[in-house]
Design a protein around this ligand. Structure first.
Ligand code: PGA
Length: 250
């Protein structure tokens, strides 16, 4: 586990984008595990700029996204398929056929999950999986639960997550209640994990995830068992770690 500190959101975004850019430079046909939410937006803006400048090339890259809301079509402006098109895929030279996102409209969520995990395996797993972290400690949409769920599966969203995500919808009632998410096993299958976090509201959960007990009540805590995790976070998000475990940031 390594922690990389950044002064603010912009620097965090640049540093995390640097890791993904280096991955592509070293292995042009990398499988990038991608994430949505507000945290990765700055990362994607840097990747778009560097692609435009000819610094990085997505022509041989492939991607797998973490999750999708149930019931939203890829055309819905709050679907994660739409988000990825708007914020990255349509603005870099990636082949859309090489980008993969769980199907939120699948009638049989279990079959969709199994097919998605088979796809991830057939690609050899993500070379690097980008993650944000929710206030509940969720990664992807793996919410606090009685047990870790390994495969890609359908999940009922936590009320805190629905509230956090309602800022993107006309009202709380419009936020989908279910999602399809890579399971904890699907995420842990990635060769490297890159978790990005910004803001004081993430400081407590970041500390609990990496310095508290490994428990499905804090889903991100499972990352303590992964052998190649890099956390890039700004000082606000690192403030509790800096106070309680400063040696980790030395
Ligand atoms: P955020 O979401 O980047 O919008 O804070 C993170 C997450 O829910 O994983």
């Amino acid at each position: 586990m390594r922690f990389v500190s950044a002064s603010d959101y912009e620097q965090m975004s640049r540093k995390a984008a640097g890791v993904l850019a280096a991955q592509l430079l070293l292995k042009p046909d990398s499988v990038l595990g991608l994430a949505t939410g507000s945290t990765p937006l700055g990362i994607y803006q840097n990747l778009i700029a560097w692609n435009r400048e000819g610094m990085i090339d997505f022509s041989r890259a492939k991607s797998v996204n973490l999750d999708e809301y149930c019931g939203l079509s890829p055309e819905h402006d709050q679907s994660y398929a739409y988000y990825m098109r708007e914020n990255l895929f349509s603005r870099v030279n990636i082949d859309p056929a090489n980008t993969h996102i769980p199907n939120g409209l699948a009638e049989d969520a279990q079959a969709e999950g199994a097919a998605y995990d088979a796809l991830i395996r057939s690609l050899g797993g993500a070379d690097v999986q980008l993650l944000g972290i929710g206030h509940t400690g969720h990664i992807g949409f793996n919410e606090p639960a009685g047990e870790f769920i390994g495969p890609t599966h359908r999940v009922e969203l936590n009320p805190k997550t629905i509230e956090a995500n309602s800022r993107f919808f006309a009202s709380m009632d419009d936020v989908p209640r279910y999602a399809v998410t890579m399971g904890v096993g699907s995420i842990m299958y990635a060769k490297k994990i890159l978790l990005a976090a910004s803001g004081a509201d993430k400081a407590d959960i970041l500390y609990r995830s990496f310095f508290g007990p490994i428990t499905p009540q804090v889903p991100a805590s499972v990352l303590q068992l992964h052998r190649d995790v890099t956390v890039i976070a700004d000082e606000a998000a690192l403030s509790v770690i800096r106070e309680k475990a400063p040696e980790a940031l030395a």
